[in-house]
Ligand binder design. Structure first.
Ligand SMILES: *Cc1c(COP(=O)(O)O)cnc(C)c1O
Length: 427
C-alpha cells in the first residue's frame, strides 16, 4: 500500500498502524487463492463472450420497446444468451421480476399444483421465501400453503451436509413434486454448496424418484465456479439481477433458467397463461442488462476476492470466519463471528462509513418485518439494496455473526473491510 493511501486513511478514519500490518499479511496470504479465482474468472468471461457471439448480439438488440413489447428482439435474445451460458433449454430474464424472491416465487408457483409438496433439502430456505411457502407464522395469505401446496423440510446434518437418509425417507411421500436446494448460505453458519455437491445430491434424488423436478436457488452463486447447477441436473434455477449476474449494472430484475416447459410455466406466473414471456416492454433497459451480464464474471470475482481478503484479515485479527480464506467458495458471502454485539455493530457501521453513497449515515440495529431479532444493514449502493455492491448485514443475536458481501471493485472491497476492521479494533 502506498503511503499516500495510508495518509488518506489516517486522515479520514483515524487509522492506526496495526490495521496496516494486518493488511499486508492478509494480502500476501491470499495470493494463491486470488490466482485460482482469476482463472475461473477468465473461463467464465470466455463463456459469456462466446454466448454473445453465438447469438450474434449487435446494436439492434439494445431495444427500447413500449406497450405490449411484442417481438422485442433484445429481450428474446438476452433469454437465449442466458440459456447458452447455463447450458439450459430456456431462460426468462426480466426487469419485471421485482427481485430474486419474485423470480423464485414464480418458478415455484408456476410448477406446483394443489396437493403437491415442495420439499426443501438444504434446511429452512432463505427468509424471504417463508411468506411464499406459508411458514412465516403470519397469515400466509396468497402463499403456496393457502393454495393447498404442502411443505416438507430435511435439515442439513450437523456438519452442514445433505442428510441423504432423511431425503430418502422424505421422498417416500408421492406428493413431492419439487425439491428445493439453496446454493448459498443465507443467514446460516455453513459453507455454500459447490455445484459438484449439488450435482451429487441431485443424482441421488433422481436415482430414487426420477419424476421429480429439482429447483436450485442460485442467488449469489453465479460465475463463482466454472459450471452452474443446470449443468449437473438441476431442472430449473433462479436468481437476482442485483446480485452477481447483473454485474452491478442491471438496475433491477431476476432470471429463471432451465427446462423449457418449466420455464414456460414460471413465465405464466410472471405474467398470465397464454402470454408468458411473449409480452413485456423493456423501456430501453436492454443495453444495460447485456452489459451487466458481460461484466458479471469479472465483478463477481472482485466481490469474491474482497471476501477472501476479509476472511484472512478478520481471522488474523482474532475472529472466527466462515468460509476460511483458503476454502473453496460457491457464493460471495463472508460470515464473521464477533461474539459481542458492539463489535458486530462497529464493523457494520464501518462498512457504511466506507460506502460511496450515504457514507455519512449511521446504520443502527432496527426491528424489520419478517425477522424476530433486530437487524443491522450497512449498504451505500448505487442500486438500492444491491448486494453485489459492498454491503454487510446481521441479525443482532448470539453469537453475533455479520454477513459481508459484494464490492464492485476489489480495491473498494479491501478499503471497506479495512475501515470496518479499524472501527472494530481502534474505537
Ligand atoms: C438474496 C437471496 C434471495 C432473495 O433475493 P432478493 O433479490 O433479495 O429478493 C433468495 N435466496 C437467497 C439465497 C438469497 O441470497
Amino acid at each position: 500500500m502506498l503511503d499516500n493511501t495510508k495518509d488518506l486513511l489516517k486522515e479520514t478514519y483515524g487509522f492506526k498502524e496495526n490495521t496496516f500490518e494486518l493488511y499486508e499479511r492478509a494480502l500476501k496470504d491470499c495470493e494463491e487463492q486470488f490466482k485460482i479465482y482469476d482463472e475461473i474468472r477468465e473461463f467464465n468471461q470466455m463463456k459469456v463472450l462466446k454466448a454473445f457471439q453465438d447469438e450474434r448480439i449487435s446494436d439492434s438488440h439494445f431495444t427500447n420497446s413500449s406497450g405490449y413489447g411484442y417481438d422485442d428482439i433484445g429481450r428474446d435474445s438476452l433469454d437465449k444468451v442466458y440459456a447458452r451460458i447455463f447450458k439450459a433449454e430456456s431462460a426468462i430474464v426480466r426487469p419485471h421480476f421485482v427481485n430474486g424472491t419474485h423470480a423464485i416465487g414464480s418458478a415455484l408457483f408456476g410448477n406446483l399444483r394443489p396437493g403437491n409438496t415442495l420439499l426443501c433439502v438444504s434446511g429452512k430456505p432463505y427468509d424471504t421465501l417463508h411468506n411464499i411457502i406459508g411458514i412465516s407464522g403470519d397469515e400466509n395469505i396468497g402463499s403456496l400453503k393457502e393454495y393447498g401446496i404442502n411443505y416438507g423440510q430435511v435439515d442439513l446434518t450437523n456438519e452442514g451436509k445433505f442428510d441423504l437418509e432423511g431425503i430418502k425417507k422424505a421422498l417416500e411421500d408421492s406428493s413431492v413434486r419439487i425439491v428445493h436446494i439453496q446454493r448459498s448460505t443465507g443467514y446460516g453458519w455453513r459453507n455454500s454448496f459447490s455445484v459438484k455437491e449439488i450435482g451429487e445430491v441431485i443424482s441421488y434424488i433422481k436415482g430414487i424418484r426420477n419424476d421429480i423436478n429439482v429447483f436450485v436457488d442460485n442467488c449469489y452463486g453465479e460465475f463463482i465456479d466454472v459450471i452452474e447447477p443446470t449443468e449437473v441436473g438441476a431442472d430449473i434455477i433462479a436468481g437476482s439481477l442485483i446480485k452477481n449476474i447483473g454485474g452491478g449494472i442491471a438496475p433491477a430484475g431476476g432470471y429463471i433458467v432451465g427446462k423449457k416447459e418449466l420455464v414456460e410455466q414460471a413465465a405464466y406466473r410472471l405474467t398470465v397463461p397464454g402470454i408468458g414471456g411473449e409480452c413485456g416492454a423493456t423501456f430501453g433497459l436492454m443495453r444495460t442488462l447485456f452489459q451487466g451480464l458481460f461484466l458479471a464474471p469479472h465483478i463477481a470475482m472482485e466481490a469474491v476476492k474482497g471476501a477472501v481478503f476479509c476472511a484472512r484479515i478478520m481471522e488474523l485479527a482474532g475472529f472466527e470466519v466462515k468460509p476460511r480464506f483458503d476454502e473453496k467458495r460457491s457464493d460471495i458471502i463472508q460470515a464473521i463471528k464477533f461474539g459481542k454485539a458492539n463489535k458486530l455493530i462497529r464493523f457494520c457501521k464501518g462498512i457504511q462509513y466506507g460506502s460511496p453513497i450515504d457514507s455519512f449515515v449511521e446504520c443502527e440495529p432496527w426491528a424489520m418485518p419478517g425477522y424476530k431479532d433486530e437487524v443491522i444493514m450497512a449498504a451505500g449502493a448505487f442500486v438500492q439494496g444491491s448486494s453485489i455492491e459492498l454491503s454487510a448485514d446481521a441479525p443482532i443475536r448470539e453469537p453475533y455473526i455479520a454477513y459481508l458481501q459484494g464490492g464492485l471493485t476489489f480495491d473498494h472491497g479491501k478499503i471497506g473491510v479495512l475501515i470496518a476492521l479499524n472501527n472494530v479494533l481502534n474505537n
